[in-house]
Ligand binder design. Structure first.
Ligand code: ZN
Ligand code: ZN
Length: 357
């Protein structure tokens, strides 16, 4: 990854932001700008370059991982080492990331970093992170491939008597054995009526014939997340299950068909939502159509009724319509796609047609 180029893109915005330096405290943004992963790291970006701060627990690790930034260790307070650096650089206006700083930290910075004035910023690095570089796309595709492969593997484990928890654990273990660093979020496995719970926590409910089984899961590979949902039926599908499935599948196709550079997130959502509304299930699709995926499982841009985002080439987003009906259950189909000038490329290969097990 070219960290120096990323840092240069941040400093290019300083004038517009009205800052002479920017303190990065969000750990995903720190990883994006320096390569560091861990639980304590900050980056001070000035026109002179980047300084990475951490504590001695991460000494060897930061020397191994951090590129294109000076490394400074502190034992007690970040503000002590920061204050010296700010006064050396004659920094009078310091930007900070509003979304990752608590009110207590903001007050502490204000007191201890005086006379430097604090300037609120939001979404500066997140905006850069939207546009995936070729190396990032490669890692995302690899993370998606591991998820697809887990879906092929898990189908033999979906049998009468197996539980949601067993399948969730199996998916996690299988993905880690296949090379994933971790899950990108706790897998969702919902069966029967519980599949209608959009963000269900796997329970000890065991599968029975005729159950819808919704699995939403993904993995992390070198920081990059994948996100996949498939819904299958145990035993033959009923006519109603097949009809609802076909509606969700058609909605996803319409959503994927609407994704392209310059499309509005709200319009892409509407393209998929219209299919579900026309089938009479408009009230049963209660969430947005999709979200950006990268170092975070949910990042910019958003595809939803209220989204103000416009897609750009290089965004990676999910397209995940669903219909959730109490007692009947829920069906969601989700894939990650890469936005291109003319349309999009679906990153995964997992089959989307209804699978009856
Ligand atoms: Zn998902
Ligand atoms: Zn998702």
């Amino acid at each position: 990854m070219n960290y120096a180029a990323r840092i240069a893109r941040v400093t290019a915005r300083f004038e517009e932001l009205g800052v002479q330096a920017l303190l990065i405290t969000d750990l995903d943004n720190v990883a994006y700008l320096t390569g560091f992963t861990g639980t304590n790291g900050q980056v001070l970006i000035t026109q002179a370059g980047a300084v990475f701060y951490t504590d001695p627990r991460y000494g060897a690790r930061s020397r191994a991982l951090v590129r294109d930034a000076e490394i400074v260790m502190y034992e007690a307070r970040l503000t002590d080492v920061l204050r010296d650096r700010l006064s050396q650089g004659k920094i009078e206006r310091l930007g900070f990331e509003a979304a990752s700083v608590t009110v207590a930290q903001r007050n502490d910075f204000g007191e201890r970093l005086a006379p430097a004035e604090l300037v609120t910023t939001s979404g500066v690095v997140e905006a850069l992170r939207r546009t995936k570089e070729p190396e990032e796309v490669r890692l995302l595709k690899e993370a998606v491939r591991i998820g697809d492969e887990a879906f092929a593997w898990v189908q033999d484990r979906i049998v009468p008597g197996a539980t949601e928890q067993e399948v969730a654990l199996g998916l996690e273990v299988h993905m880690r054995e296949a090379g994933a660093d971790a899950v990108s979020f706790e897998p969702i496995v919902g069966s029967g009526p519980l599949s209608a719970h959009i963000h269900h926590t796997p329970s000890d409910r065991s599968f029975g014939k005729g159950d819808l089984i919704l699995m939403d899961y993904g993995c992390r590979l070198q920081g990059y997340c994948s996100d996949l949902t498939r819904t299958v039926v145990l035993g033959g599908a009923s006519d109603e299950q097949r009809a609802v499935y076909d509606t969700v599948l058609a909605a996803q196709a319409a959503g994927i068909g609407a994704v392209k550079a310059d499309a509005r997130g709200a319009d892409v959502d509407a393209a998929a939502r219209r299919v579900i509304e026309d089938a009479g299930h408009g009230d049963a699709f209660e969430h947005g159509l999709g979200h950006g995926v990268g170092l975070e499982i949910h990042e910019a841009p958003r595809l939803s009724r209220t989204s103000e985002d416009t897609l750009t080439k290089g965004d990676v987003v999910t397209v995940e319509p669903g219909i959730y009906l109490e007692d009947f259950g829920g069906i969601r189909i989700e894939d990650c796609v890469l936005v291109t000038a003319e349309g999009c490329e679906v990153l995964g290969r997992a089959p989307r047609d209804l699978i009856e097990l």
